[in-house]
Design a protein around this ligand. Sequence first.
Ligand code: NIG
Ligand code: FE
Length: 414
Amino acid sequence: MQDLSHCDLLLRHARLATMAGPRPYGLIDDGALAVRGGQILWVGGDDERPPELVAANERDCGSRLVTPGLIDCHTHLVWGGDRLDEFEQRLSGVPYAEIARRGGGINSTVEATRRASFDELLAGARGRLEGLLREGVTRVEIKSGYGLEMDTEKRMLEVARRLGEELPVSVHTSFLGAHAVPPELAGDGDAYLERVIAETLPAVAAAGLADAVDGFLEHIAFSPEQIERLFRAAADLGLPVKLHAEQLSNQGGAALAARFGALSADHLEYLDEAGVASMAAAGTVAVLLPGAFFFLRESQRPPVAELRRRGVAIALATDLNPGSSPLHSLLAAASLGTVLFHLTPEEALAGITRHAAAALGVAHQAGTLEVGKSADLALWDCSKPAALVANLGANPCVGRYLAGEWHPGRERPA
Ligand code: NIG
Ligand code: FE
């Protein structure tokens, strides 16, 4: 029998959406949850609490909802400059791919990011990340990819690591050197990719700056052959891979990612049945990004019914970036996931908790309220989990626990 005495924290009378088990949302109506050493020690019905379960720090949640801390598994939240002019161009009908072909898009942010100092990038990114944290996020992925040369790619990842040290949030970094071909090598993607593989990626890996390697497989970015070379180099360095795939066209990217055992394939509007089957076989998570779909006014939806049928885990993320998805809210991403992509509210909430943890390779330690996982929790001023998804722009987050430590929401000390 496990020793349940001496827990650090005991939450009582919480509506626990554990996101685990057979019940919808894994819901426990009147629940209790005990924490020791930053981990969940016990979870169950309040009236089933073992009598020895007592804590100096006990909180009566007053029937309020507690969920796993939210996880944003796909962001580009470190950047310089802005793309407001492109927002207006797109609204007047110029397509995203056309703006990219004219040298704008990702490369316009590259120019501004190269010019930005570490402190400037940190200040901008910190504000954006704090906004996510106020909404219950306890874990976030942050990509490079707006440097496209050694110094700036490293600076972006150093900023991401620093954010994880200075703010109460777990940060995962992804090296996205293969995001676009930089202006100085326009038209020579092979030469750029060679540089990434021979110089940037090994340096970033040696400095411990990347937890994973990402790429953009698309007609405006890199080809399947090029991404395959990148993934081989990542595998040689022992780094997991993920991919921006099938966003604007079907290039077989998801199947390629699955072949390399990718953690996730992301976007996926143009994914076909064969791609879904490959992902299912490899256990690759589908990360859907309704913010990019919304802001780019796309009409082709990812094949949600087929993903469901094949049992592919579906995550949702903000894709927070200055161009295709200036979406600063993970709850809004979940909302858009229901209305635009036809996910159920429960699927949407699983998409920003359990399945987002899987997309980051940390399903064993985060994403659900289960014994042994990190005590990363969000406390909400509502009682029904669907309320988190059904209201756009509301922020009912009272505060978060990260590894059992309380962090009140800024405007709602509780
Ligand atoms: O995930 N698809 C490629 N990359 C980003 C876009 C970044 C940008 O437009 O700056 C995305 O949507
Ligand atoms: Fe992205």
